[in-house]
Structures are given as structure tokens and as C-alpha cells.
Design a protein around this ligand. Structure first.
Ligand code: PLP
Ligand code: COI
Length: 371
């Protein structure tokens, strides 16, 4: 059962706003059901009552913007995404502040990264303004799903895929963009405890000139077998090397190393995701007067640095996992305990204080979604 109205949200600049047709979900969860879920949402298993859907065609551009009840998508079995994986996505969180307002963090960065991913996957670029509007439209109907518990958020998942029914291999002429939302607690079931990492030497996630820097499903598909090996080894995540033996990133997070002299080092590579959490951490670290280096980091530098005491802390970061210390690196025939320091947790505190409005946002990183 549905009930349809039309709204026009305000956008702040540039591109004209889209006119969204809003169809309310008349079978939406009751507030009691929602509150029950929000008590302990876990990660990625519960979804809100609505989703955003915008169509694109080579002839008509972006059109038919809708907010509709969350539910299955009907696709032609020949839809290109099902055969050739022409798909990209983003991950971004909505945070409830103490005064009840809902903010997100640096959404322009996600919008621009979605555009970069789109270029690499030969998909159309969604204007930044339309990306921002799509998040606001979803919060306008599902704002009550933004939880208020400690470290909780509403994880927003914008994604775009080729829906044209055509078996020839070329960029699709028909594409869909969606946003779904999922209330989230900690990504790792153990919370902020140090995680164990499995070193994948047999499999690589990305290659020079490949799609490693794009947020596209295929990269994650390539990470699933090594990720399953990681679980088999009692680890939480997998870390990948490039073909020169340099550290790239984890299956779903970037990695940073803290040196004895306080320098923060993170891999520089064209085939890893340009993480927004990582970039923000580097900026906060620079503001603290720390030296920041983005450069290749070899496995030997990591292992020797830990053994000699030159590396004092290793941590992972990403939207879903925020900042999580790494407690163990395990590979074929070795297990290196990782030193635990205080920088990761203190940066995590500073970052989350900004995101949750507990600390002044001096950089203009917050963006209000519910007004
Ligand atoms: N690397 C990979 C492979 C990821 O999936 C993510 C998560 O989005 C990140 C890094 C961290 O990126 P961000 O901080 O923008 O979430
Ligand atoms: C994110 O952090 O947003 C991701 O996409 C990573 C995934 C592990 C959930």
C-alpha cells in the first residue's frame, strides 16, 4: 500500500534540485519495532523503511527521482550488472547530535569519490548536489532511524549499477542510482578491541591500472576468498600487498603506522581506496604537529619496525570501522603481536567528537541532513 506526494528539497548551490516523487511505505515498521532494532543494530543487517532511486539513460540523463518503500528491485536477467559487474557504491554515516539534529561527515568527498569511481567504471557521474539531495531526501522520511546511542549511526549506502538488458560488453545505456540505509553499531562485533589481521600473500585485491582506487563491487568480490581465509585463521580482516610487496590496504579499511618519533605513515598507491576517514585523520594529525608521510610501505618495513620498536602502533580506519587498533599480524608461518599505543584511540576520540557534535567543527566537515 502506498500514498504518493511530490516534494522539492532545497539544494545550496549549482545544479537545479531534483523533484522527488515520495511514496510513503504504509507498511513501515512501528516505532516500537524500530526502537527494538535500534537498541542493538549490529552492522548491515537491518534496513530502514524507504530508499531513494534515480534513473539515468544515455538519452535522458538523470530522471525519475523517487523515494519509495524499501524493497526488492526488479531487474531484467540480462541486466549488465549481473554479468559484467558494472557497479559502484559509497559508504557514509548519519550521526544524531545531542540536540536531536542529524549530520553527516564530508559528504562532498563521498560525492566526488563516487564520480571518480563512475569515471573508472564507465558509469555516469551524479552531480554532487544530487548526491547531497538524495541523502537529505532519505533522512526526510527515515530520520527516526538515526540512532542516538553511543557510537551508533545510520549507515547510508548510495550505489549505482548498469541495468540495461544487453549482453554485449560495453558501458550500459541505462543505469540506476539508489540509496539505502542501515542502522549501525560497531562494525566489529568486539567493539574497539584490537583486531587480528591475516596477510594475504597468495591473492591480490588490485593491480596497477586496475580498479583498486574505485569503490566497485568487483574489488570486494576479489577480497572475499582471502577474507574467508582470514576468518579460517581466526582473524577479522585481511591485508593485501601489491605486486612489489608493498602494503596496500585491508579488505574494507585503510591502514596507518605510527613511528617511534610520532610520524604517521600510510601507504601511497594508485590502487587503493582514497579513504575519507584516513584523509581526515592525516589532517587532524598534522594539526597536532605530527609528521605525516604517504609513501610505499613494504612488508619488511612493517615487520622489522615492529620487531625493532620503530613502529609503535598500527591501526585501520574507514567509515564503517572508524579507527580500530590492529593487535596481531598473522601470515603463513608467523604471528607478529602488534604494539598497542594511545594515538589511535585519541584520534578516534577527536574524530568521533567532531562527527557527533561533541567538539567544534572548525573545518566545516559536518553537513546537516535533516533541515
Ligand atoms: N578501503 C576500502 C577497501 C574500503 O572499503 C573503505 C571503506 O569505505 C576504506 C578503505 C575507507 O574509506 P572511507 O574512510 O572513505 O570509508
Ligand atoms: C565502509 O567503511 O563504508 C565500507 O564500505 C567498508 C565495508 C567494510 C563496509
Amino acid at each position: 500500500m502506498t500514498d504518493t506526494t511530490t516534494t522539492t528539497a532545497q539544494t545550496d548551490a549549482g545544479v537545479a534540485p531534483l523533484e522527488f516523487a515520495v511514496t510513503k511505505n504504509l507498511a513501515a515498521k512501528s516505532s516500537a519495532q524500530r526502537e527494538e532494532i535500534l537498541k542493538d543494530p549490529g552492522f548491515g543487517t537491518h534496513f530502514t523503511d524507504h530508499m531513494v532511486d534515480i534513473c539515468w539513460s544515455a538519452k535522458g540523463g538523470w530522471h525519475r527521482p523517487r523515494v519509495q518503500p524499501y524493497g526488492p528491485i526488479s531487474l531484467d536477467p540480462a541486466a549488465a550488472v549481473l554479468h559484467y559487474g558494472q557497479e559502484i557504491f559509497e559508504g557514509i554515516k548519519a550521526y544524531r547530535h545531542a540536540d536531536g539534529a542529524v549530520y553527516t561527515f564530508r559528504p562532498d568527498q563521498n560525492a566526488l569519490r563516487l564520480q571518480r569511481s563512475a569515471r573508472r567504471l564507465a558509469l555516469p557521474e551524479l552531480p554532487v548536489e544530487h548526491f547531497l539531495q538524495s541523502l537529505r531526501e532519505l533522512i526526510a522520511v527515515d530520520g527516526a532511524w538515526v540512532p542516538s546511542g553511543e557510537d551508533q549511526s545510520l549507515y547510508l549506502r548510495p550505489f549505482m549499477f548498469a541495468k540495461e538488458a544487453f549482453l554485449g560488453v560495453r558501458p550500459a545505456h541505462k543505469v540506476a542510482y539508489y540509496v539505502i540505509a542501515s542502522p549501525a553499531g560497531s562494525y566489529f562485533p568486539g567493539g574497539v578491541k584490537p583486531v587480528k589481521i591475516w596477510l594475504s600473500e597468495k591473492y591480490q585485491r588490485a593491480a596497477k591500472g586496475g580498479t583498486g582506487a574505485a569503490k566497485t563491487g568487483g574489488n570486494y568480490a576479489a577480497s572475499l576468498l582471502p577474507q574467508a581465509e582470514a576468518y579460517g585463521q581466526g582473524c577479522d580482516q585481511v591485508v593485501f600487498l601489491d605486486s612489489d610487496g608493498n602494503i596496500e590496504e585491508l579488505g574494507g579499511m585503510n591502514i596507518l603506522f605510527v613511528k617511534k618519533d610520532g610520524t604517521l605513515v600510510t601507504p601511497a598507491s594508485d590502487s587503493i581506496l582514497d579513504g575519507i576517514t584516513r584523509n581526515s585523520i592525516l589532517e587532524l594529525a598534522r594539526d597536532r604537529g605530527l609528521t605525516v608521510e604517504q609513501r610505499p610501505v613494504s612488508l619488511a618495513e612493517w615487520r622489522d619496525g615492529v620487531a625493532s620498536g620503530d613502529i609503535t602502533e598500527v591501526f585501520a580506519c574507514g567509515t564503517a570501522a572508524v579507527i580500530t587498533p590492529i593487535g596481531l599480524l598473522k601470515g603463513e608461518g608467523f604471528e607478529d603481536e602488534q604494539p598497542v599505543g594511545e594515538l589511535a584511540l585519541s584520534l578516534r576520540q577527536e574524530l568521533t567528537d567532531i562527527q557527533y557534535g561533541r567538539r567544534e567543527d572548525t573545518k566545516g566537515w559536518l553537513y546537516r541532513l535533516d533541515a
